[in-house]
Ligand binder design. Structure first.
Ligand SMILES: Cc1cc2nc3c(=O)[nH]c(=O)nc-3n(C[C@H](O)[C@H](O)[C@H](O)COP(=O)(O)OP(=O)(O)OC[C@H]3O[C@@H](n4cnc5c(N)ncnc54)[C@H](O)[C@@H]3O)c2cc1C
Length: 415
């Protein structure tokens, strides 16, 4: 976020997060990329000790009691050492906590939230399955009723924290015959109930987050662990889209920022044809593009945070703005990483600088928490509804008629 928009308290929050990030040994980052560290427990524990997990969780449950305008500041800083730091931090303290805050019972909030915010327990979200992630309603993991319990069977794929997490927010079919909006239930499943981690993926980047396939075989979950209503997961998921997608957008800026910084510094030192390469317009215009892309991303994030925090914007519009932010920002940041590599020349393609890691890490941003194609699906869906509403209201100028031959007979043919 832009520092000139931050309140003194937000500046302090940013600086606290920067202190946490500065305290991280470089070996820790490298060990995660090498998968010697499979899940960043120590990092999350330290973030929890500093009260930097659960930024929007009310203080009474151990969180920071902030709003999105605070959350985006921390999200950006957390991702500076690598995208996966933000992914693990976000899933546990922004995404799973969102479900608990909005749909959890008082008992569930008291049981799960303080431990997550303190960094004593870690949470994962389990939505994607081997048969696909884009089609939420196609879930094949089942939960059958057995007295006061549910018995879960099935598998989830690509789960950040699949190795390392203690709690799993799982979407499972409870009424296979029910309509798509009333067939799935959301559960808080605890590892010791019998969750198995079966396969750790060999990822291109964003490594060290325990991204794994998790398997539920006859896992008994008490009804007390249902989040929201039975068959009511669609409502939960509709809310979860916001932290998943908007949180991702905010984080992604932080993961791309070091690429701009490193490439800028390199361009002022590296010489070609007897002069520093930043004297070439082909180089400094790339830097200008990178700055513009990050600034416009921040502007979008900030506006969307204001909209979400206001409580005045309709849920459909919030979903559109969160999805548009995710799509726009991740694409801009992907460009930033690639432009940085171009500015660096051959050395950018090696592990002498972290640019190649940033490129590997950031490619994920356009795929996870819903691909950017799925973002488009939501954006157009909500926009068409908004436009229909606008036309019905009739409060705006109709620009269609501002053409010389707007009323030409027989020309406006639609069928
Ligand atoms: C490193 C990593 C971490 C992840 N972490 C998690 C996690 O913690 N929890 C979790 O639940 N999931 C997680 N995911 C899964 C991720 O969210 C999914 O991979 C993503 O949603 C896409 O699902 P899919 O891979 O099954 O692709 P598919 O759903 O099979 O899609 C394949 C392609 O088809 C396109 N497509 C599908 N349907 C449509 C449509 N209707 N219109 C247009 N295009 C369409 C998609 O855009 C994509 O290009 C993670 C993935 C990775 C790689």
């Amino acid at each position: 976020m832009f520092d000139y928009l931050m309140t003194p308290a937000q500046l302090k929050l940013r600086d606290e997060t920067r202190e946490l990030i500065k305290s991280l040994p470089r070996e820790y980052i490298l060990d995660m990329d090498a998968e010697k560290i499979r899940y960043p427990k120590e990092f999350l524990q330290e973030a929890g000790r500093r009260n930097l997990i659960g930024i929007r969780v009310p203080e009474m449950y151990g969180g920071r009691g902030g709003q999105w305008q605070d959350d985006i500041i921390v999200a950006e800083e957390i991702c500076v050492p690598g995208y996966i730091f933000g992914c693990t931090w976000g899933v546990t303290g922004d995404v799973v906590t969102e479900a608990l805050i909005h749909f959890g019972t008082e008992e569930q909030k008291k049981k799960f939230l303080p431990a997550i915010c303190k960094g004593e327990k870690f949470a994962a979200e389990c939505l994607t399955e081997p048969r696909g992630g884009s089609d939420f309603f196609g879930a094949t993991t089942t939960a059958r009723r057995d007295g006061d319990d549910f018995i879960l069977n099935g598998q989830k794929r690509f789960i950040v924290g699949g190795e390392g997490a203690d709690y799993f927010l799982v979407y499972a079919k409870t009424d296979p015959e029910g309509g798509s909006h009333r067939s799935i239930t959301c559960f808080m499943v605890e590892r010791e109930m019998g969750v198995k981690t079966e396969y750790i993926y060999n990822l291109m980047g964003s490594r060290g987050g325990g991204t794994a396939r998790v398997v539920f075989h006859e896992v008994r979950v008490p009804k007390e662990n249902v989040i929201g209503e039975v068959n009511g997961a669609f409502t939960v998921f509709s809310q979860m889209m916001i932290p998943e997608r908007f949180g991702t957008a905010a984080m992604t800026i932080g993961a791309a920022r070091p690429a701009l910084e490193i490439a800028t510094d390199y361009s002022t030192k590296r010489k070609a044809f007897g002069t520093e390469i930043n004297n070439f317009q082909a180089v400094n215009f790339k830097v200008a593009d990178m700055v513009t892309k990050l600034d416009s991303s921040r502007a979008m994030i900030y506006t969307t945070a204001l909209a979400l925090d206001s409580g005045k914007v309709k849920p459909g519009r919030c979903r559109r703005m969160a999805s548009a932010s995710k799509k726009f920002v991740t694409e801009q940041c992907w460009d930033v990483a690639n432009l940085a590599m171009q500015v660096m020349g051959g050395i950018g393609y090696t592990d002498v600088y972290p640019i190649e890691k940033i490129v590997r890490d950031l490619r994920l941003s356009m795929i996870w928490v819903g691909t950017n194609e799925i973002m488009n699906l939501i954006i157009q869906h909500e926009w068409y509804k908004e436009r229909t509403g606008e036309i019905a209201m009739g409060s705006k100028r109709n620009s269609e008629f501002d053409a010389l031959n707007a009323f030409a007979e027989g020309e406006k043919i639609y069928e």
